[in-house]
Write a protein that binds this ligand. Structure first.
Ligand SMILES: NC(=O)c1ccc[n+]([C@@H]2O[C@H](COP(=O)([O-])OP(=O)(O)OC[C@H]3O[C@@H](n4cnc5c(N)ncnc54)[C@H](OP(=O)(O)O)[C@@H]3O)[C@@H](O)[C@H]2O)c1
Length: 344
């Protein structure tokens, strides 16, 4: 007899910034898992996360798993995701390795859940953490008035660069406080310049993929909104916050969309929380969004160029990565597209 209530889940990259959050979210949301198997690099084999032990990936690591969430660097995902699929699992990948493949859906459930109906390679890609924050509020506005042009400038926290990013900021802050001087050189390998008391207007790696974060953000927005000719201008900036990315968005539409209508659409939008009373000091901030699920939207107004402007902040480790991946798995189950191999 088939038992549909429990799924065997794998989590690769469990020791990283996103992986640790994913484990917390699977537990907090009571994901229907009969087993959660944790993997990381051989360096972390034997590490305990709560009552579970982390393993290095071995030849039969993915055997019998129903769904595997990957939270690893791109090159590791490129190597291991096909192995998980070959072992029979559905994969939800947080890396950029497969995001632009035509036969891999790139999904935020609130934006384009219907794309989950076609998963020919059994790989679903999760978008990058910056585009996730503003695609969620843009989707209902696009549906109502059709986007013509988007300008987005990001304020990205150090955890967007993983555990090493967080460690570099803390090390530099401690040295700065001890010396009462801004850091002269980076104290870590996550960023090429000091990030404490600084901003770095260059995010992502040109060397590894040939794509800066800006190109990824634009391409991923177009793919998720199914708007191949949408003009998107992006500038990505790393800032010395720990968690949650902010994005200043200016959007133009084919059809008129006033502030009042936009406000009403956003108030009803899934995954959005309006925090927009600037006169009372209420607008979204990274500290308020960190550890929370919604994309917080405020400062809604028409700019002088006639565009609709707003500021959005979302937790990059949650909606930008781990939460979205778990929500994809939940949606696959709801849609009957993910079934358990467990039999009794
Ligand atoms: N951080 C964000 O806000 C964010 C948002 C969206 C997407 N992403 C993407 O999510 C992925 C993970 O990011 P992160 O920020 O969590 O990075 P991270 O903190 O550097 O963690 C990387 C994880 O990958 C594991 N790993 C490295 N080599 C491995 C191997 N050979 N086999 C198995 N596991 C291996 C690491 O294990 P060890 O601890 O053993 O080294 C660690 O668990 C990246 O592709 C990133 O671009 C990140």
């Amino acid at each position: 007899m088939r038992q549909e209530s429990g799924f065997r889940v794998g989590l690769v990259g469990a020791t990283g910034a996103v992986g640790r959050e994913a484990l917390r979210i699977l537990e907090a949301r009571r994901f229907p898992a009969t087993e959660i198997r944790l993997f990381a690099s051989p360096r972390s084999a034997g590490t305990r996360l709560g009552h579970r032990t982390v393993n290095a990936v071995s030849a039969d690591a993915f055997r019998d798993l129903d769904v595997v969430i990957f939270d690893t660097p791109d090159d590791i995902a490129r190597e291991l995701v096909p192995q998980a699929v070959a072992a029979g699992a559905m994969v939800i990948d947080n890396s950029a390795a497969f995001r632009q493949d035509a036969d891999v859906p790139l999904v935020i459930p609130e934006v384009n859940a219907e794309a989950l109906r076609r998963v020919p390679r059994r790989i679903v890609a999760n978008p990058n953490c910056t585009v996730a924050a503003f695609a969620v509020p843009l989707a209902p506005l696009h549906k109502a008035a059709t986007l013509k042009r988007v300008i987005a400038c990001s304020y990205q926290s150090v955890s967007g660069a993983g555990q090493q990013g967080v460690e570099q900021l803390w090390a530099e802050l401690e040295a700065t406080i001890a010396s009462h001087r801004p850091p002269e050189r980076p104290q870590g390998r996550a960023f090429a310049h000091p990030i404490a008391l600084n901003l770095i207007p260059a995010v992502g790696s040109w060397r590894e993929s040939g794509f800066s974060e800006e190109l990824k953000v634009a391409a991923e927005l177009r793919k998720m909104l199914d708007a191949p000719s949408l003009a998107v201008g992006v500038t990505c900036v790393r800032v010395p916050t720990v968690v949650a990315h902010g994005v200043a968005v200016h959007a133009e539409f084919d059809r008129p969309l006033g502030v009042a209508r936009a406000r009403a659409l956003l108030a009803d939008a899934a995954g959005v929380e309006l925090v927009d009373e600037p006169a009372a000091g209420r607008y979204p901030t990274p500290l308020a969004a960190a550890g929370r699920d919604p994309c917080m939207v405020g400062r809604l107004r028409l700019d002088e160029a006639g565009g609709l402007a707003f500021f959005v902040v979302a937790d990059n480790l949650r909606k930008g990565a781990a939460l979205n991946a778990v929500q994809i798995a939940e949606r696959l189950i709801e849609m009957g597209l993910l079934t358990s191999k467990v039999t009794s």
